[in-house]
Design a protein. Structure first.
Lengths: 332, 505
């Protein structure tokens, strides 16, 4: 929990500074906009974070969302598939693709980076091919109000994607931090060998995690498709995997695996989106957009590293104290 | 020339948290002298040598070379005094070739600031060195294609090419076959004739008898005595090393209590490991019996254990319980049948060192502490606290990272996780490696208690005293073959050694 506290303080600090310099930050429309972004980015970032906890990586989420966006709009506007079927198809495709990733990684012992890098290239190519490289979209097609509401609605003034993120993060929080699966996931990510000796089905756990990531990617993908309302196959979702990785790492996930939390990932996502907003509002040249983000991530991860080491030193000191006390009581 | 000995270590002390590893230890080595450093595991030999090698800082004492006090604070310092360390676990880079390993950090270069490696020279010189050590290989061979013995010779070649005056060998023969050991001892003789001093750490006392000019004995971190060449014999060494009555240490079962029941208990039949596919192993263990497994390192005992537990594939393996054959395709099957392994490599396989004590203990048995797959933290913590108390795990809190515990307490954490399951067969692979004497005694007591409660126990151990003391019967392996099973009345160091070296059976 302490880990998340640090980055949470950083987030609040950024918000306060931004709103002092430019009070427009606090306008309802701006906050709603940020909330929507946090929701849409947060959902797939959680999935990506879970994969990172296994010690793996998922680079194909951006391309996958591009492919899903193209397929969704073609299904709904060109092939006239029912909404429910289209949505289920989207989620199922993503889960199947990620099942493939998981199996390649666990059964053939391929490296996650390579498998998903190939996915990144492959799905982008497929998206452009099936769409003839033409921008697809929903325009003003009728009957899609519910889906538009999912992406753009503001029940009680709160953006729908943000609400979805809260629900999903509550569920994944319980799964990751309170359930047997979550503990196995941490064990597998930390030390797969020892996990195997403890009787954990590490291959199954890893594969399942990729599938979960696929499902969450699909949900984010659907939201993005209706949020942008038009899907350009070459760009839609481009580099989103990097936002996800950055959020997870900022939130305390270690790329070595076995470390991270849902709360951290969500706060990490929020921090990234606030940063993007801040670049806009503070009249920082938008060309510096990525530079600002890079710098903040670097500082955040550095601080986290320092705190972790300090905490561990404290534990070692505690251990020393105990053995010293024992030696004393033995000699007296 | 002064007459001071080449190396003098005087009053060396070293404390680790909770343990005094070395207490005022002296060691002298003359030029061209072979000094054996012997003592039980945990006597402080390795710590003393790590201090000399610059890998560990000492808390007190002085080191003199040719009578002049020196400071050795890093392996680089040690190298500058021409002290070279041949580690027990090889420290070669097995992705590089022989010459690259020999000249690592001392590569002859040309091209000035470009520092291009003079490849022609290193291969030429390496070839000469390698041949001098009787290795029939090209210096262009990559290390991972060599046997352990050959890799070790490459390390010795590296030490020699660095102009070593003192070579420390830490258990150099522990992974070697008899012929390879023979050759290593010859090489030690040669070194001596080249005026190179050797500090030789070994548990194999007959090797010490053969090559040592002097034997320095350590016990519990103190000097226990010195034997001159003419005084070195096995009995005197053992007496000095042990220094206390071993009978207090072990409380084995009284003679004849455990016959070898055939129908009852576990039977392992036709086990063929991947490493030794030509040999099949069959044996049985009665309920409440402790079956020791002795043998030299590399005899195939750990592979056998991993195959029984299902964590490593085997060509063929059949495990039966009370006459029924069990299906084991992975650790989960073994666990469901009550078969557990406490592996040799505690930090890599036994524990997740970054997990805390509580998480480590509950890991394989999480379902017992959860409802609807949600973990009940209170239940889990209580189980961990109970386990800590039951087997005396010394930790201020169950939330302590396992990495911060001492070796003995880590081992108890591994044990604690299986005890909560009511085990039927427990396999210990080197249960007390790297554990201090006090914790050792506790672990022996735990093993005996388990046996008394009807658990079948396999103890794989390379420590002679341990395997003789703890077992009801001893199975001995040699290069993948089960060479014999001794009953308690047949127990003796010689009998085990004969079977372990394959000179009998």
């Amino acid at each position: 929990m302490k880990k998340e506290l640090g980055i949470f303080v950083l987030l609040i600090l950024l918000c306060v500074i931004t709103s002092i310099i430019n009070p427009n930050f606090l306008l309802a429309i701006n906050l709603q906009n940020i909330g929507r972004q946090i929701g849409a980015f947060g959902i797939f970032s959680i999935g990506l974070g879970l994969v990172i906890i296994t010690g793996g990586i998922e680079l194909s989420v951006g391309s996958m969302m591009g492919l899903l966006g193209v397929l969704l709009s073609m299904m709904l506007t060109e092939w006239h598939v029912g909404i429910v079927v289209a949505l289920i198809a989207c989620v199922a495709i993503a889960m199947l693709l990620d099942l493939g990733h998981g199996l390649l990684i666990t059964r053939l012992n391929m490296q996650p980076f390579i498998v998903t890098l190939c996915g990144l290239l492959f799905y982008r190519g497929v998206a452009r091919f099936v769409s003839n490289d033409e921008t697809k979209g929903f325009g003003t097609a009728a009957g899609l109000d519910f889906l538009r509401f999912l992406a753009n609605g503001n029940p009680f003034g709160i953006p729908m994607p943000f609400l979805l993120l809260i629900v999903i993060s509550l569920i994944t929080w319980v799964v990751l931090h309170r359930s047997v699966y979550g503990r196995y996931l941490f064990a597998t990510g930390r030390n797969p060998e020892a996990a195997r000796y403890a009787g954990i089905n590490t291959k199954g756990i890893i594969t399942l995690t990729y599938v979960i990531c696929g499902a969450l990617t699909a949900i984010s993908g659907i939201i993005f498709a209706f949020y942008t309302n038009s899907v350009s196959p070459a760009n839609h979702g481009n580099a989103y995997e990097l936002y996800g990785i950055a959020a997870a790492v900022l939130g305390g996930c270690s790329l070595r695996g076995g470390e991270g939390s849902v709360v951290g990932i969500v706060i990490g996502t929020a921090l990234l989106q606030v940063l993007r907003n801040l670049v806009n509002l503070l009249d920082i040249p938008s060309s510096l957009d990525f530079a600002v983000m890079g710098a903040v991530i670097l500082v955040g991860v550095m601080a986290d590293q320092i705190f972790t080491e300090r905490r561990n030193r404290r534990q070692i000191a505690l251990m020393r104290e105990m053995s010293a006390r024992e030696a004393q009581s033995q000699s007296s | 020339m002064n007459n001071a000995p080449l190396l003098e270590m005087e009053g060396i002390s070293k404390r680790f948290p909770g343990v005094v590893a070395l207490d005022q230890v002296d060691l002298t080595v003359g030029e061209g002298e072979v000094v054996a450093l012997i003592g039980e595991n945990g006597a402080g030999k390795s710590t003393l040598m790590r201090i000399l090698g610059g890998a560990t800082a000492r808390d007190g004492g002085t080191i003199k070379i040719n009578g002049a006090p020196v400071e050795i604070n890093s392996p680089r310092d040690a190298a500058s005094y021409r002290i070279e360390f041949i580690h027990q676990e090889l420290s070669v880079l097995d992705n590089l070739d022989v010459a690259a390993n020999i000249f690592l950090r001392r590569e002859p270069t040309f091209g000035g600031p470009l520092k291009l490696i003079d490849r022609r020279r290193i291969y030429k010189e390496a070839d000469v060195l390698v041949r001098k050590l009787g290795l029939d290989i090209s210096s262009r061979t990559t290390l991972n294609r060599l046997s352990i013995a050959q890799q070790q010779l490459v390390e010795i070649a590296r030490a020699l090419s660095a102009g070593a005056r003192i070579i420390i060998m830490d258990e150099p023969t522990s992974s070697l076959t008899l012929t390879e050991t023979r050759r290593l001892l010859d090489i030690v003789h040669d070194l001596k004739s080249q005026n190179v001093s050797v500090i030789y750490i070994s548990h194999r006392l007959h090797e010490v008898e053969e090559i040592a000019d002097r034997a320095v004995v350590l016990r519990d971190g103190k000097n226990a005595g010195v034997l001159q060449r003419s005084e070195i014999n096995r009995e005197r060494m053992v007496r000095m090393m042990v220094g206390r009555d071993l009978k207090d240490f072990f409380t084995g079962a009284p003679e004849g209590v455990y016959a070898t029941p055939d129908g009852e208990g576990f039977a392992v039949r036709r086990l063929r490991t991947l490493r030794y596919p030509k040999h099949t192993i069959s044996f049985s263990i009665g309920r409440g019996e402790v079956l020791g497994f002795a043998g030299l390192v590399g005899a195939g005992r750990s592979e056998m254990a991993r195959a029984i537990f299902g964590v490593e594939k085997a060509h063929e393996a059949e495990v039966g319980l009370d006459g029924k054959t069990l299906r084991i395709t992975g650790p989960r099957d073994a666990i469901s049948h009550g078969i557990y392994l406490i592996p040799e490599d505690r930090r890599q396989c036994g524990l997740i060192v970054d997990f805390n004590v509580r998480e480590n203990i509950s890991l394989p048995n999480l379902d017992a502490y959860s409802s609807a797959k949600i973990i009940n933290r209170a239940k889990e913590t209580k189980a961990a606290l109970d386990a800590c108390k039951a087997i005396n795990i010394k930790t201020p809190t169950p939330e302590m990272r396992a990495a911060n515990l001492s070796g003995g307490n880590q081992q108890k954490v591994v044990l604690a996780r299986w005890l909560s399951f009511a085990p039927k067969l427990l396999i210990f692979d080197e249960p007390t490696r790297g554990i201090d004497v006090g914790a050792k005694a506790e672990i022996y007591q735990l093993i005996r208690n388990l046996a008394a409660n009807g658990v079948s126990v396999i103890v794989i151990s390379s420590e002679m005293e341990e395997v003789l003391g703890i077992s009801d019967r001893i199975a001995v392996m040699h290069e993948g073959r089960l060479t014999g099973i001794l009953n308690r009345s047949q127990f003796s160091e010689e009998a085990v050694m004969r079977l372990a070296t394959g000179t009998e059976g």
